[in-house]
Design a protein around this ligand. Structure first.
Ligand SMILES: O=C([O-])CC(=O)C(=O)O
Ligand SMILES: [Mg+2]
Length: 219
């Protein structure tokens, strides 16, 4: 999946806020932001940018391991973001062993529409590994949820996420940029950031919020 996204594009998005990326996706006529309930869990690990590898989980009493998630971790290209759609499950679809596997395979991070566990272990052993999730919870998925697909389109936090879409996440939350819009969104987001820097300078110079935003007619 990373072949579609050059290292330059990934680097460029690493310097842009999710606020600007979300606005840029919306100017293109779509929603890009995931629900704010999917948020940064380990602030020390920082921002996350990379192409999505998608896994779907559904409720099930089947006690088998989360096969598709394990495959996503072991088989995705380095730099991928493992995205697990579990409908907001209040169980841990991710944990310390999965983080070890992800670090060993140079996965960039995890975005989970569900919970995760082993927080202290991940924070201690993989301080640079970013996890975005609904929250932490000690419960295993095994016997409660099972994985049903790998790299099929999924829904996460109100947004369609397809394999290869670009995930951008920071302290504000998570945005999904459709793969075919990445170049256009980058250009628009850079323009938004440039405008906001100018507005900020004007606000401080004029001592007026309204004076600073007047020039561009928007906040
Ligand atoms: O049990 C799970 O599904 C996740 C977990 O704790 C781990 O990866 O260490
Ligand atoms: Mg564990």
């Amino acid at each position: 999946m990373t072949t579609m996204l050059s290292a330059d594009i990934i680097t460029a998005f690493r310097s842009i806020t999710t606020a600007s990326v979300a606005d840029a996706v919306e100017l293109g006529g779509r929603r890009g932001y995931l629900s704010g309930s999917v948020r940064q869990m380990l602030p020390g690990a920082g921002r996350l940018v990379g192409p999505a590898a998608t896994v779907l989980e559904v409720p099930s009493p089947d006690p088998s391991p989360p096969t598709h998630a394990l495959r996503a971790i072991d088989e995705s290209e380095p730099g991928s973001v493992v995205c697990i759609a579990a409908g907001g499950a209040d169980v841990a679809v991710w944990g310390g062993l999965m983080a070890a596997g992800a670090v060993a395979n140079r996965i960039a991070g995890a975005v989970l529409d569900g919970g995760f566990r082993d927080v202290e272990e991940i924070r201690r052993d993989y301080p640079d590994f970013p996890v975005y999730a609904r929250g932490s919870v000690p419960a295993t998925t095994v016997g409660r949820y099972r994985t049903v697909s790998l790299n099929e389109p999924v829904e996460m936090g109100g947004v369609a996420v397809r394999p290869g879409d670009l995930i951008v996440a920071d302290a504000d939350g998570v945005v999904c940029v459709p793969a075919e819009s990445v170049a256009a969104v980058l250009e628009t987001a850079l323009e938004i950031e440039r405008r906001e820097r100018e507005q900020t300078a004007l606000i401080l110079e004029l001592g007026s919020l309204r004076g600073g935003i007047e020039k561009h007619g928007r906040i």
